[in-house]
Design a protein around this ligand. Sequence first.
Ligand code: PMP
Length: 354
Amino acid sequence: MSRFFIEKYSSLVPYTPGEQPKDMKYIKLNTNESPFPPSEKAINAASEAINILNLYSDPESRMLTEKVAEYYGLDYENVLMTNGSDEILYFAFTAFCDKNNPAVFPDITYGFYPVYSEFLNIPFREIPLKEDFTIDINDYFNAKGTIFIANPNAPTGETLSVADIRKIIEANPDNVVVIDEAYIDFGGESCVPLVKEYDNLLVTQTFSKSRSLAGARLGMGMASKGLIQDLNTVKYSVNPYNVNRMTSAAGYGAMCDDEYTKKNCRYIEECREYTSAKLKELGFEMTNSKANFIFAKHNGADGKKIYLKLKEKGILIRHFDKERICQYNRITVGTKEQMDALINALTGILEELK
Ligand code: PMP
């Protein structure tokens, strides 16, 4: 830290992104990226956009916003495109949380929620998940704060039904409920259709997972017109050109190739079930993940040791030191070949650790 860093940030603990090794020698199963390249339509559209990078991007990403609205049966004013879904979450913490509206979220969830809270000086309350890592919706009735729920949750992959989310929204009419659907396309039930019904619901999604555009940084918020207006006020006070031309074009291309997205999602779902069955045979216990990752622990081997041994063998997965989940690892579902390599490596490691 330099002597110039202002005091209020001096004790900040920032978010730690998953490792992004420079060499490609690892099988990378640690940041829930897609193993598939972007759609050809996304690549072509982004390539064309490069030719006009001398011009600022459209601050509204109009073509893309219209396309997204049409796809989800919403109006243009219900949608806001952002620089990854991390940015829409940041806007939401900024717009809807303060000391009178603390943030409320599960104790085990996306690690950025407490980081944004600390950064923005927002008080927050963490509600413990049940023993089996599922959410008890009763804990969120009359929560007296702005609720953030990842559905599917990270890193557990556990989901809530739309019926349960509806109950949470209705039990908190005077608070915003944010449903983070980063992983919704791998078997969960989206609550975007509820956007038209409730003025206090914000649904966030990303192009990073199911649409193979993690490196482009594209996300979005879908909500009532009032909430989107508030989020736009924040956006235009921070970074009006938040989505660059290439990304906006790539996103449009990806939206025009829904068949490709759906095909890849079904592949990942099948591969998740295939891998889960193999892991079970090896003695792993898993949560019921409906995401593009598996959350697993082994009763005969330490979670961190498994992570380190796999890294030695060239396979990266994600381990969290947090006490309640330190025996678990989060494993991104890749191609079947990658999963077979993982199972092979784990078979050897479990022998070694016996
Ligand atoms: N929400 C959750 C639950 C996530 O795991 C992630 C991925 N790190 C994000 C949001 C943000 O993803 P992105 O900014 O790439 O859209």
